[in-house]
Ligand binder design. Structure first.
Ligand code: HEC
Length: 266
């Protein structure tokens, strides 16, 4: 265990020693991403999600066509660009994943616990990711418009900001340790400065994304989970308040920026 931590520490130190400028590899990836933009493999997940939306499933044998993502039952167009939001019917601030999970439970009878206790890309959590791909595609090109006027949204924003700067874990890192300065990179990957609106938008508007390196589609919950791991801190519970609070923080800072969903990443 000790040796593992040591290895992790060395890995991270070495990563920070990397030069700050973009490498030609990074620039090449940008060109590659542009080439892929017309045929993003995330389309396969989007198609599966569309199918799942209209398929009667679960103990209640119902579709998701009555799911209200904030713009009324069944309205998918533009819905993701306004999430997370406060929902009066649950009395909670929900992001896209937690809202879909709520619809799957209430409309179809698929227990949320199955998704929360599951694994990324598997079972019902995997199906949820395809639904995410379907929904976000219908906000592509729309400006992010997250309304933080509700007091619960303000609480969540404040919590997200606090978590972002909170140092914890084996390395005593916060999110800001890696995402708090311009021009930072880990290996060939450029790390946006999320303390700025532009940097937050770079992250928020490009995830969920298809990851070319491992041919996987990752939702924003998955992206956050992996960054908690990089922070060497406790794994967050899927769709828990801490993940939604961080999402509110990033999304609100991205207001006005155009959604690029689904993104394509290394
Ligand atoms: C040890 C460094 C490290 C820490 C700490 C860290 N991240 Fe990250 N983060 C990364 C790396 C590396 C990537 C790029 C990963 C990739 O593309 O595979 C990334 C990517 C991201 C992205 C997507 C950026 C983009 O433009 O694609 C977001 C958003 C993000 N992190 C948020 C967070 C949040 C929120 C936290 C705190 C919970 C956090 N990160 C903590 C290293 C870190």
């Amino acid at each position: 265990m000790k040796r593992k931590l040591m290895a992790a520490a060395i890995g991270v130190t070495a990563a920070f020693a990397a030069p700050l400028a973009f490498t030609s590899e990074e620039l090449n990836f940008d060109a590659y991403r542009q080439m892929l933009a017309d045929g993003n493999p995330a389309e396969l997940f989007e198609m599966e999600g569309e199918e799942l939306w209209v398929t009667a499933r679960g103990p209640k044998n119902a579709t998701l066509e009555q799911c209200d993502l904030g713009l009324g039952p069944g309205v998918v167009e533009g819905a993701a660009a306004q999430l997370p939001r406060y929902f009066a019917d649950t009395g909670k601030v929900q992001d896209l994943e937690s809202r879909l999970m709520h619809c799957m439970e209430t409309l179809q009878g698929i227990p949320s616990g199955e998704i929360i206790g599951g694994k990324f890309r598997q079972g019902e959590r995997g199906k949820l990711a395809s639904l995410v791909a379907y929904v976000v595609t219908h906000s592509k090109g729309k400006p992010i418009a997250v309304d933080v006027s509700h007091p619960k949204m303000q609480d969540m924003y404040a919590m997200g900001e606090k978590v972002f700067f909170y140092r914890t874990g084996a390395m005593d890192f916060s999110c800001a340790s890696c995402h708090g300065e311009d021009g930072k990179r880990i290996r060939a990957t450029h790390l946006p400065n999320i303390t700025t609106n532009k940097g937050a938008a770079e992250g928020w508007t490009s995830w969920p994304a298809y990851r070319v390196s491992n041919s996987q589609f990752w939702t924003f919950q998955h992206r956050l989970w992996d960054c908690f791991r990089q922070q060497r801190t406790a794994e967050p519970v899927f769709a828990s308040d801490v993940t939604i609070a961080l999402s509110v923080f990033l999304a609100a800072k991205s207001n006005g920026y155009e959604a690029q969903w689904p993104g394509v990443k290394r």
